[in-house]
Design a protein around this ligand. Structure first.
Ligand code: ADP
Ligand code: MG
Length: 328
């Protein structure tokens, strides 16, 4: 049994590393169907993000959302067991921003994230990733798109058990046929406190270390978007803070786009924007919120959803309180 003391990551070092590495992180890959862009998207000016009032307020430096989801509908099951986790949801995920997705349990957060990342396909509606409509793609094309353009961080870490930490970190790049920048690799694993763990297999690592391996894996592959589903859900608060700090720094310092599902208001408050889901729809959003504001909004949305949610689809227009159970 390994006893591991969580190491504190020096964020100033991470920032300088990310600045230094920004160019090589985004080495042009001709096979990617991305529009011409400077190597690094400019980072946002400091201060709260102004409320978006419409297309006229779009910031000129970020002309295209990283992902657009348009009228997504997804239904599972039949008859009484029928649920509709997405019910005509339309959202944009801004490039070079940290977006959090919240909502009551069962409100469709993971379903949405899976659609945004091409892991699942909607019944109807459209997902556009970096200008590419992905909804009609064949399985092989979707697999290639996920491999080349999305970085994944899951609650359960999803490391390959038989592979060492190092092999796990470089796996997506190898699968994509991309050369791994060894210098960058070494520096990032050093800063993540993983240098002396590279030969270890996941079961020999603490939860925090396993998640740091997963984050390193996502960063080293320099994807267009990192999607994270409850990335701190299995971690103690110190390890969770480290993971959130790294996701935050990757957005601030080299313009990485991050979308994170969480049920933790403290975690969501690290994001630039928080989207609230309820009953498969957008129930509200907050910009640069405090944890308290997020918690209050989540409580309100949960109370409304609990009152209005029914187990079958089509109940969403029912008045609050008209349906009993169904909320989970
Ligand atoms: P959240 O992540 O917000 O907790 P999910 O998106 O995981 O919620 O699930 C939303 C609803 O869809 C839940 O009622 C869940 O049981 C259902 N669901 C999700 N995935 C499937 C699936 N593959 N098959 C059947 N039902 C599913
Ligand atoms: Mg979920």
């Amino acid at each position: 049994m390994l006893l591991v003391t969580p190491q504190t990551i020096p964020w100033s070092d991470v920032r300088s590393l990310l600045n230094h590495q920004a160019g090589s992180m985004h080495t042009p890959d001709q096979s990617r169907a991305v529009s011409p862009a400077p190597p690094v998207a400019p980072t946002a000016p400091a201060g709260p993000t102004p409320p978006v009032a419409g297309p006229a307020h779009r910031e000129p430096a970020i002309p295209e959302p990283a992902i657009r989801a348009i009228r997504l509908v997804k239904t599972y099951g039949e008859g009484d067991a029928r649920v509709r986790p997405l019910d005509g949801l339309t959202i944009d995920i801004a490039a070079s921003r940290f977006t959090a997705i919240m909502g009551p349990s069962g409100s469709g957060k993971s379903t949405l994230l899976n659609m945004l990342a091409g892991l699942d396909t909607p019944d109807s509606g459209e997902v556009i990733l970096g200008g590419t409509p992905i909804t009609g793609l064949k399985d092989a094309q979707l697999t290639a798109l996920r491999r080349d353009r999305i970085g994944f961080v899951f609650q359960a870490f999803n490391l390959v058990p038989a592979m060492t930490a190092e092999e796990n970190i470089v796996l997506p790049s190898q699968l994509a046929g991309r050369r791994v920048d060894r210098r960058f690799f070494r520096r990032i694993v050093d800063l993540l406190g993983l240098t002396d763990r590279l030969r270890h297999r996941p079961h020999e690592l603490s939860g925090g270390q396993q998640q740091r391996v997963a984050v390193a894996r996502a960063l080293v592959a320099s994807p267009d978007v990192i999607v994270a589903d409850e990335p701190t859900g299995n971690l103690d608060s110190a390890s969770g803070e480290e993971v959130l700090g790294l996701l935050r720094a990757s957005v601030d310092e080299f313009g990485q786009t991050v979308v994170m599902v969480t049920h933790d208001p403290q975690a969501a408050a690290r994001a630039d924007r928080v989207l609230m889901l309820a009953d498969g729809r957008l129930a509200g959003e907050l910009h640069s919120p405090t944890a308290e504001a997020v918690a209050t909004a989540l409580t309100q949305v949960t109370a409304r959803a609990t009152g209005a949610q029914a187990p079958s689809a089509g109940a969403h227009s029912a008045p609050a309180g008209a349906h009993g159970g169904g909320a989970r």
